[in-house]
Ligand binder design. Structure first.
Ligand SMILES: Cc1cc2nc3c(=O)[nH]c(=O)nc-3n(C[C@H](O)[C@H](O)[C@H](O)COP(=O)(O)OP(=O)(O)OC[C@H]3O[C@@H](n4cnc5c(N)ncnc54)[C@H](O)[C@@H]3O)c2cc1C
Length: 452
């Protein structure tokens, strides 16, 4: 049977673009890709990239005070959101252009339209054009969802935060996950009066408790008005503000309310159920270790499969798909020991098991130290950092490494290599410290602070 394409990719985000370009560019496959919105997807247009640039922008406010303490004659100035937002979107346009060119230069034919699946080998575009492909790769990502309650339509999500007409005077951020907590830091740093509500007992559920505790404490120290165990009951327009009634009995006015309480996979109306592709409880596409669905010609990667929703993981899954399907080398994706960074202020870098999960699995030793870093301490700052290792008592392997500190994301990328290689505590100890840096503590902690 002959097909129009070897591969049709639906979705031009991190995973889809990588799979399309490698299949076409390195393997000579005839590839098409449909993107209904902007090339680059969530990460480039409304996720990692603009968020990190906003983190950078927000961090300058604290630097002025530090610079003064180090002897610089500098005065805090006002933050010009208009100027920043303008430059941000010029940068995002540039990056989108790069993604389009990557596809073009690798011979991928792109269609700027929504696409859905008609049968195991046929895709239909929004304009009704039908095309056949030997393989179909669904890489449609995810989207933020706001729960329904009175006034919920007044809330914005992370999609809209990059487009605010003006910087609000006050914002309420609802949610306790990494996106909510990162934006609380960003807004606070930009000078916005920031309140965060989270219905649970502590933000960043699932991560190491000691690390979560320190981050939340430092966020409060930085001026974020964090209310744990608190949720919104209802919201209503009040002039040009939003009146928010909360479960803690308060009623407050905010300029903007941002919800970051959950995301859903973009798998609706793709025609998948009709052809027998199975979906899970959250609507995610069910795939095997090779990203193959129950329909052999259809694969799915990235956030739409709701495995580990991170850009480098979507990219890995895309590469493994090409390796499996176009290189005849079946390659499962290894989702174990993925290092990751959370760009809260302070930043959090983490790999492996939390103390709680490790202790539930086997007897462990905990090595941890929390201290005032030199740079901040000199400036009179009270901020603390945390360096923590979870070590198996039986194998001596480092099962988890958790760093709360400026630059923790950069540090955990490197510590992640050691942990992934199965390094033991003694391997860490054999490594000579780099001095004076914060991360030297990772190789100089001699005695466990406790066993668990
Ligand atoms: C605010 C925020 C911050 C984040 N920060 C980080 C971070 O710091 N580090 C990190 O690793 N990850 C981060 N992520 C997660 C990361 O962005 C995602 O894991 C990643 O983008 C997933 O890639 P993907 O290819 O699966 O999907 P996406 O990048 O979402 O791409 C899917 C694409 O498919 C398109 N599409 C959907 N349906 C159709 C259709 N029917 N037809 C045609 N096109 C369609 C969409 O328009 C989209 O462009 C963040 C996410 C958010 C929201």
């Amino acid at each position: 049977m002959s097909f129009d394409y070897d591969l049709f990719v639906i979705g031009g985000g991190s995973g889809g673009v990588r799979a399309a370009r490698v299949a076409a560019g390195e393997n000579g496959a005839k590839v098409a890709l449909a993107e209904e919105d902007r090339y680059g997807g969530t990460c480039v247009i409304r996720g990692c990239v603009p968020k990190k640039l906003m983190v950078f922008a927000s961090e300058f406010s604290g630097m002025v005070e530090d610079a003064q303490a180090y002897g610089w004659d500098v005065k805090p100035g006002a933050f010009d959101w208009d100027l920043f937002r303008g430059k941000l979107h010029v940068e995002l346009d540039r990056l989108e252009g790069i993604y389009r060119n990557i596809l073009k230069n690798n011979g991928v034919e792109s269609f700027d339209q929504r696409a859905h699946v008609v049968d195991a080998h046929t895709v239909e575009l929004a304009d009704g054009t039908r095309m056949t492909a030997k393989h179909i790769l669904v890489a449609t990502g995810g989207r933020p969802v706001v729960p329904e309650f009175p006034g919920s339509d007044l809330a914005i999500t992370s999609n809209e935060i990059f487009h605010l007409e003006k910087l609000p005077e006050s914002i309420l951020i609802v949610g306790g996950g990494y996106i909510a907590s990162e934006f609380a830091g960003i807004m606070n740093g930009m000078g916005v009066k920031t309140t965060q509500f989270y219905r649970g007992a502590q933000i960043l559920r699932g991560f190491d408790e000691e690390a979560r505790g320190l981050i939340s404490e430092e966020m409060c120290q930085n001026g974020i008005n964090l209310h744990l165990g608190t949720n919104v009951l209802e919201m209503a327009k009040d002039g040009d503000k939003i009146r928010v009634k909360a479960t803690n009995g308060t009623e407050q006015l905010f300029d903007v309310v941002m919800y970051a309480t959950g995301r859903a996979p973009n798998a609706d109306n793709l025609g998948l159920e009709a052809i027998g592709v199975e979906r899970g409880r959250k609507g995610e596409i069910i795939v095997d270790d090779y990203s193959q669905t129950g329909v052999p010609s259809i694969y799915a990667i990235g956030d739409v499969t709701d495995r580990v929703n991170l850009t480098p993981v979507a990219i890995r899954e895309g590469m493994a798909f090409v390796e499996t399907v176009f290189k005849g080398n079946p390659t499962p994706v290894d989702h174990d020991l993925i290092p990751t960074a959370i760009f809260t202020q302070p930043e959090f870098g983490t790999v492996g098991l939390s103390e709680e999960d490790a202790a539930a699995q086997e007897p462990v030793e905990i090595y941890a130290t929390s201290f005032k870093p030199m740079q901040k301490a000199f400036a009179g700052g009270t901020q603390r950092v945390l360096m923590k290792l979870i070590v198996s008592q039986a194998t001596r392997k480092v099962l988890g490494c958790h760093i709360v500190a400026p630059g923790a994301g950069e540090m955990i990328q490197l510590a992640g290599i050691a942990v992934k290689m199965g390094a033991t505590k003694e391997d860490f100890d054999r490594t000579v410290a780099v001095h004076p840096v914060m991360a030297e503590e990772l190789v100089t902690m001699r005695h466990p602070v406790r066993t668990a």
